[in-house]
Write a protein that binds this ligand. Structure first.
Ligand code: FMN
Length: 195
């Protein structure tokens, strides 16, 4: 059975290194035979989570749309920057909104529904020497708490401002292989779980 994989980055910046990395992972998932979708969080702007706002107006429309997209996929490839040794505010805020119940909170309306039983692969890119690797255990914990199976392999790209060719491809074949292999692992496990 074909896995449906959603790839996105935890940065909305136009020239985001992590968007480039997420696109490389998206291409890897396609090459592995998955139905893969890339989404740009820039297209899903949402306010910082606020309980009063949620009570007054429910889940923001953009969060609902992204939630629907997550529900329609079996696996995730998330490439994200590290901010102060942890998860980017954009990624955490997106996860926070998308982990909230909607409607009666039952079945597919549950806050866990977009996450539970999904498979994820984590990637990080940073101009720094550690490639954002320090935030990946934090992200792994957050995703695991939502019922996501995060595959063991992960990819961190240091000196990422030098890692991509002009066409957006990864210049270093070793890193490109790691990204393909991670995408393949996520697509393979997601397909098995879907079957
Ligand atoms: C507030 C802030 C904190 C940051 N903290 C870290 C950090 O802890 N580790 C790191 O490797 N890079 C850190 N950076 C640098 C980002 O990794 C870098 O700006 C990266 O290019 C952002 O990702 P993007 O290119 O996908 O937008 C930080 C940047 C900002 C703005």
């Amino acid at each position: 059975m074909t896995a449906r994989i959603l790839a996105f980055a935890g940065s909305a910046r136009r020239d985001s290194l992590n968007k480039k990395l997420a696109r490389a992972a998206h291409a890897g998932a396609k090459a592995a035979g998955a139905e893969a979708t890339f989404v740009d969080l820039e297209d899903y702007p949402m306010p910082i989570y606020h309980g009063d706002l949620e009570v007054a107006s429910g889940m923001p429309q953009m969060a609902r749309e992204l939630r629907a997209l997550l529900l329609a996929h079996d696996g995730l490839l998330i490439a994200s920057p590290e901010n102060n040794s942890s998860i980017s505010a954009l990624l955490k805020n997106t996860i926070d909104w998308l982990s909230r119940d909607v409607g009666d909170g039952k079945g597919s309306n549950s806050g866990l529904a977009p996450w539970r039983g999904k498979v994820a692969g984590m990637l990080a890119a940073s101009p720094g020497a550690f490639g954002g690797v320090r935030h990946l255990p934090h992200l792994r914990q957050v995703l695991a708490g939502l019922g996501v199976t995060v595959v063991g392999a992960q990819v961190a790209v240091p000196k990422a401002h030098e890692a991509f060719a002009a066409d957006g491809s990864l210049a270093d074949e070793r890193v490109a292989r790691q990204v393909r292999s991670l995408a393949e692992a996520v697509a393979g496990l997601a397909a098995k779980l879907r079957a």
